[in-house]
Write a protein that binds this ligand. Structure first.
Ligand code: NAD
Ligand code: MG
Length: 475
């Protein structure tokens, strides 16, 4: 197939200043960690180190909770909601002003294409702060009480580093809680840039504290007796461990965990639009998306035609330099994640499914995986059951709507689904039977801060976003 040539259009990285090393952000200042362990964060597109951050130990975490408690009691919870809202509006505006810089920084540290950080992550981050800023003085109308819980312990993953921070910090602050947040170890840099934004906005010291580190730091944050609420986004295994650690402590808990979303395409669907939705459903953000449409369920009568169009579309995806504005698929976030994707893709072949990828060249350095489509997948295959969290699509077919729903629900997860049909009645029939927190109708991976998001079953509990997102932070 002919693929037209194009000139690379890289975004300049000169807009970003990355310090060689970062301290912890506690009580409004960057302070040296008591622990001397450091973590290097790399650019997954070329494996070059970008910076190093502190790995906070228990004493550091304790210091952050002390600062958060003091700020909660003396400043933040007594403050009228309208005043708190002003800080959130200010933060939202600074994020907009610094959006280009933050987008480049996120692409460097995470590996995701600049097209996505610029057009999706950053606009949504600002929108979340604007949205929850608007709630700060209207909590009495939300229907969940008006009292903040206290200090929120928040642990987030690497796939949408700044967006997951926004989903956690904005509602916590709007409701009068203070925060100790731990970003993921492979993507700490935008959270540290956010710490600078808190300073720039004049946010009172201690309202937001950011402690970097890996799983041990996360464990210390979650287990700290000073936490009144724990909010976690990440894998189901770690979520389970956290649920056990928090059980019986009286801490409130919300968990946003993994997923294995089904994208159901009926025979009357607009095929070209469905192909676009399937592509964005699984290849957006290299498939590092908890609500990815990683299982395509296509009605048997159109499977052949749809798969031919899907392959032709995938052959036109551009994989490479995340900072190139033409890039559709960037780097896999880490060597560990790449190893996991490879292992599951190999299991797909070993179990008898057939993998297909376009012949796109891969850069020599960095962590890369070609977009991959598996056909001949059965429900028992590991690639149909386990979350791959990479650019790998499993295709299954169905004959009747009943079969489509049964297959879509045949998963321990329940985060997302997509339904493609022209018939409104079939859409509603299907959507009402799917056990998934979000069901998209003739679209996929569309987000809005006003819309609640969350899971059923092993995808977790609690909702983030929208009015419902306030509930987790009010008592
Ligand atoms: P992960 O669970 O390994 O790590 C998530 C965070 O938890 C990281 O900050 C990590 O350092 C920390 N952590 C690790 N062990 C911990 C422990 N024992 N106690 C406390 N914290 C600990 O997940 P990941 O690989 O970084 O992220 C990918 C996973 O996140 C996928 O399963 C994905 O589906 C899920 N995810 C879910 C949502 C959602 O909204 N449901 C959103 C994004 C990602
Ligand atoms: Mg990194």
């Amino acid at each position: 197939m002919e693929i037209f040539e194009y000139a690379p259009a890289p975004e300049s990285r000169s807009i970003v200043t990355i310090r060689p090393s970062y301290d912890l952000f506690i009580d409004g200042e960057f302070v040296a960690a008591k622990s001397d362990e450091r973590i290097v964060t790399v650019n997954p597109a070329d494996e070059e180190p970008l910076s190093e951050v502190a790995a906070a130990g228990e004493a550091d975490v304790d210091r952050a909770f002390t600062a958060a408690r003091r700020a909660f009691e003396r400043v933040w919870s007594p403050m009228p909601g309208a005043e708190r809202g002003k800080y959130l509006f200010r933060i939202a505006r600074i994020i907009q002003e610094r959006a280009r810089e933050l987008a480049v920084l996120e692409s460097l540290d995470n590996g995701k294409p600049i097209k996505e950080t610029r057009d999706i992550d950053l606009p949504l981050v600002a929108a979340h702060f604007f949205y929850y800023a608007g709630w700060a003085d209207k909590l009495a109308h939300a229907g969940f009480g008006t009292r903040p819980l206290g200090v929120a312990a928040q642990v987030i993953p690497w796939n949408f580093p700044l967006l997951m921070l926004a989903w956690k910090v904005a509602p916590a602050l709007a409701t009068g809680n203070t925060v100790v947040l731990k970003p993921a170890e492979t993507t700490p840099l935008t959270a540290l840039a956010f710490a600078e934004i808190c300073q720039e906005a004049g946010l009172p010291p201690g309202v937001v504290n950011i402690v970097t580190g890996a799983g041990d730091t996360g464990r210390a944050v979650v287990a700290h007796p000073g936490a009144d609420k724990v909010a976690f986004t990440g894998s189901t295994d770690v979520g389970r461990e956290i649920a056990r650690a928090v059980a019986g402590t009286g801490k409130r808990l919300t968990l946003e965990l993994g997923g294995k979303g089904a994208n159901i395409v009926y025979d009357d669907a607009a095929i070209d639009q469905a192909v676009e939705g399937i592509v964005s459903g699984i290849f957006f953000n290299q498939g590092h998306v908890c609500c990815a449409g990683s299982r395509l369920l296509v009605q048997e009568s159109i499977a052949e035609e749809l798969l031919a169009k899907l392959r032709a579309r995938i052959e036109r995806l551009r994989l490479g330099d995340p900072l190139d504005k033409n890039t559709d698929i960037g780097a896999v976030n880490s060597a560990a994640q790449l190893a996991r994707i490879r292992e599951l893709a190999a299991a797909g072949e070993a179990e008898g499914a057939t993998g297909w990828s376009p012949a796109c060249p891969l850069p020599e350095r960095g962590y890369w995986f070609r977009p991959t489509v598996f056909t001949g997948v059965t429900q028992a295959h590991r690639i149909a059951r386990e979350e791959i969290f990479g650019p790998v699509l499993s295709v299954l077919t169905f004959r009747t709507p009943e079969e489509a729903v049964a297959k879509a629900n045949n998963t321990p997860y329940g985060l997302s689904a997509g339904v493609w049909t022209e018939k409104g009645s079939l859409m509603l029939w299907t959507a009402s039977r799917l056990r998934a927190g979000v069901v998209w109708s003739n679209t996929f991976n569309v987000f809005d801060p006003a819309s609640p998001f969350g899971g059923y079953k092993e995808s977790g509990y609690g909702r983030e976003g929208g009015r419902h997102g306030l509930e987790a932070y009010l008592g």
